[in-house]
Design a binder for this molecule. Structure first.
Ligand SMILES: [Zn+2]
Length: 310
């Protein structure tokens, strides 16, 4: 099997990660895995794929899943959900993901899960002929797992957004008053894990702020491609904020951004969302800054289009 490269988009939801994964995977040498961590649950309900088929009939996953899990994959996929959750819990208890001993022992405790994940990635390479992947799972534990599979060159892309914006966005979606608190705690935990891990990852780690991506998507995509060594997709952009998206090679499944999956827009305009700044959202802003203190404050600043930060 040819060595594969995986760019794992890590960080939080409500950061434009679905769109980012689409823009990074427009070249035929790159496959968008979507939120791979959700593939097992999507498969078990035969969720719709953006190719127009249900996953059970999707030309990619209807071949990949039986190849990786055997001819009756329902049990294997069910077990994969369980073993992935167990790995995530255990990984969260390992403080330093750069410590070879601790990570080696984590991998040894979860051999079944890592072997099965390797089998899925191998099958994806055989079926699609592609060796470069983008994953939009966002949980850093998934990035860690991908990095433990055989023959994988992992790059971790920390896509990070002002936690106040994320709190308002989740609050709107979920409606509960304290949604902002819950998701801000997830934000803080993930940022802490990524910050510690980045010291070991070195050049294989990159931080991209949502605000930079939304302000100049074209330049941001070019920077990511240069960092990760991915094929350039300069032709995708009509201007710095307008992109033409081809869906012909996309196989995305819920619960990735449902609006994007439903619209399957061919022409997208990328612009920063600013409505969350409205003062009437003060309660969510306060929750977000309290729940992410002190890290959140670093990201609660304006990014200027030039890239200068105030
Ligand atoms: Zn499909």
């Amino acid at each position: 099997m040819t060595r594969r490269k995986i760019v794992a988009i890590s960080g939080s939801g409500r950061t434009g990660s679905t769109l980012l994964s689409l823009l990074l995977s427009q070249h035929k040498s790159i496959l968008n895995l979507g939120q791979l961590r959700d593939l097992w649950s999507a498969w078990s309900v035969d969720a719709p794929c953006t190719c127009g088929h249900r996953l059970g009939r999707c030309p990619v996953y209807s071949v990949v899943i039986p190849e990786a899990f055997g001819t009756n994959p329902a049990d294997g996929v069910h077990e994969m959900r369980r073993s992935m959750k167990a790995f995530f819990r255990d990984a969260a208890d390992v403080r330093d993901w750069g410590a070879t001993d601790a990570v080696g022992s984590l991998a040894a405790r979860h051999t079944g899960f890592i072997t099965q994940l390797t089998a899925v990635l191998d099958a994806l390479q055989r079926v699609t002929g592609v060796n470069d992947f983008v994953d939009a799972s966002k949980a850093p534990e998934m990035a860690l797992a991908l990095g433990l599979t055989d023959e994988t060159d992992l790059r971790v892309l920390n896509l990070v957004r002002d936690p106040r914006a994320i709190a308002v966005s989740w609050h709107k979606r979920r409606g509960q008053a304290f949604a902002g608190w819950e998701f801000s705690r997830v934000w803080a935990k993930r940022q802490q894990a990524l910050s510690r891990w980045s010291k070991t990852l070195g050049a294989r780690f990159m931080e991209v702020r949502y605000e930079e991506f939304a302000t100049d998507a074209r330049a941001t995509i070019e920077r990511i491609q240069a960092w990760a060594g991915l094929a350039s997709t300069a032709g995708t952009f009509a201007s710095k904020d307008r992109a033409v998206i081809s869906w012909s090679r996309q196989h995305l499944y819920p619960p990735a951004n449902e609006r994007i999956l439903a619209e399957r827009a061919a022409l997208v305009t990328i612009a920063p969302a600013e409505e969350w700044r409205d003062r009437r959202h003060w309660f969510q802003h306060t929750l977000a800054l309290l729940a992410t203190h002190p890290d959140g404050m670093r990201y609660a600043r304006t990014v200027r289009p030039s890239g200068d930060r105030t």
